[in-house]
Design a binder for this molecule. Structure first.
Ligand code: NAP
Ligand code: HSE
Length: 426
């Protein structure tokens, strides 16, 4: 099996490492030798180590997607339109494709899977979500006999690494972002990580598989971690919560809702103990109940291991003559749960005037809208200054939460609403 590898950066070099070091094991599993025959890069000037022959390097994508000597294509170069077109060309030429590209899969996955099916070849994308965790196969195959009702996921390693370092060491946002970039976790444009778009792509992919619904990227209500402050982290900790960028997807009847937002996760919830670059997906299903899948969400070897596992699966399918028949299922049309019907608990950090009756006004406001409060914490006031008040609600509709927020912002005693978070309890 001659592989055309498109990209030789963090993930691509890891793929070459794994194919080289486990060559015999892989050959035993696939019944033949699997080796890299050609590698596409942007420039031939950069040193690339000694694992591969000089003859493999090219800057011309046709040497891979259109070349008869290439049997299978691995895409780990990133990018969107140009990359989608290359994947499509490879599939139309009958070459199975393995990709780690969540951008392409989230936007064009259904379309590319249909092309793969039509041409009798596989399109696999295990590494596109949660790096080294085999979550795509689990959702696609292991839940075939069950019904998934909800998913909660920490699916971006960069932001989890940043939030962990900010909480543990009080490190600054800018410093920890630089660290995550240096470690190879961040996207080429790290705003995809910190603004939540990378996590949104992954949640769209996961919820499409979990709910057999066509969840598109625009369906995912997305917020990043750029507004998370040290004060939020400290107040959260005081009340028993840790801040995580959480993807949440739920199925209510025949409708689905998917979001990505910074969330106060209670310390007793297993997701609160997922730190650093680790990712985790917490799956609730009718028969199995709750199950958590955890592991390295980014980085060279964990991601490359998922890519090579897909390669092995594709080679086996090829030998068995069943290529293109899995993961390419018909999806019903999506139906989104209306915004106002989504339920959740909320955390508010307010700066309020320190005078008699202010707390009563605030709690009265929540009571009038019909939102029940779980806890209220007031900080000791600074001399003559405003005081911080933290409120956590019981579960309520998002519409009621929006009403509370609007009313708080209009209340004289509230100088401003400093932060608002969704809350996940154990
Ligand atoms: P990277 O380190 O930036 O490497 C990209 C590689 O692709 C480089 O070798 C680059 O060539 C080549 N390349 C990029 N654009 C190209 C073009 N237009 N033509 C030819 N070659 C091109 O990226 P990465 O971190 O390995 O990520 C690759 C993909 O995996 C992305 O889709 C990413 O989202 C996904 N992913 C990454 C991780 C991770 O931990 N990094 C985890 C899961 C998924 P040069 O070397 O010549 O510049
Ligand atoms: N930038 C991504 C992350 C890479 O931090 O999770 C893995 O998809």
């Amino acid at each position: 099996m001659r592989i055309g590898l498109m990209g030789f950066g963090t993930v691509g070099s890891g793929v070459a490492h794994i194919l080289h070091h486990y060559r015999e094991d892989i050959a035993k599993q696939t019944g033949g030798d699997v080796h890299i025959a050609r590698v596409l890069v942007r420039t031939l000037e950069r040193p690339r180590g000694t694992l591969l022959d000089d003859a493999v390097w090219t800057t011309n994508a046709d040497d891979i997607v259109a070349h008869p000597d290439i049997d299978l294509v691995i895409e780990v170069m990133g990018g969107l339109e140009e990359t989608r077109a290359l994947i499509e060309r490879a599939l139309r030429a009958g070459k199975p494709v393995v990709t780690a590209n969540k951008d392409v899969v989230a936007r064009y996955g259904a379309q590319l899977c249909a092309i793969a099916l039509e041409h009798g070849c596989d399109l696999f994308y295990e590494a596109s979500v949660a790096g080294g965790i085999p979550i795509i196969r689990a959702l696609a195959h292991s839940y075939a006999s069950d019904r998934i009702t909800r998913l909660c996921g920490i699916v971006n390693g960069t932001t989890n690494y940043m939030l962990t370092r900010m909480a543990a060491d009080g490190a600054s946002y800018e410093a920890v972002l630089k660290e995550a970039q240096a470690l190879g976790y961040a996207e080429a444009d790290p705003s995809a990580d910190v603004c939540g778009w990378d996590a949104a792509r992954k949640m769209a992919i996961l919820s499409t598989l979990a709910f057999h619904a066509e969840v598109q990227l625009d369906d995912v209500a997305t917020e990043g971690i750029d507004r998370v402050t040290q004060a939020d982290i400290a107040y959260g900790a005081k009340l028993g919560y840790t801040v995580k960028l959480l993807g949440t997807a739920a199925r209510v009847g025949q409708r689905v809702t998917v979001s990505v937002q910074p969330t106060m996760v209670h310390h007793a919830h297993p997701l609160a103990s997922v730190h650093g670059v680790f990712n985790a997906v917490y799956v609730y299903s009718e028969a199995i109940g709750a199950a958590m899948y955890v592991g390295a969400g980014a980085g060279s070897l964990p991601t490359a291991a998922s890519v090579v596992a897909d390669v092995i699966a594709a080679v086996r399918h090829n030998r068995l003559g069943v290529s293109g028949k899995t993961w390419s299922r018909e999806l019903p049309l999506r139906t989104l749960l209306p915004e106002e019907e989504v339920r959740g608990k909320y955390f508010y950090l307010l700066s309020v005037a320190d005078r008699v009756g202010v707390l009563a006004q605030i709690t009265d406001l929540f009571a009038r809208i019909g939102v029940s409060l779980q806890s209220v914490l007031q900080q000791s006031p600074q001399l003559d200054g405003p005081v911080d008040v933290i409120l956590i609600t019981h579960e309520t509709h998002r519409a009621a939460h929006a009403q509370c927020l609007e009313a708080l912002e209009r209340l004289d005693a509230v100088e401003h609403v400093k932060s608002v978070y969704q809350v996940l309890d154990a």
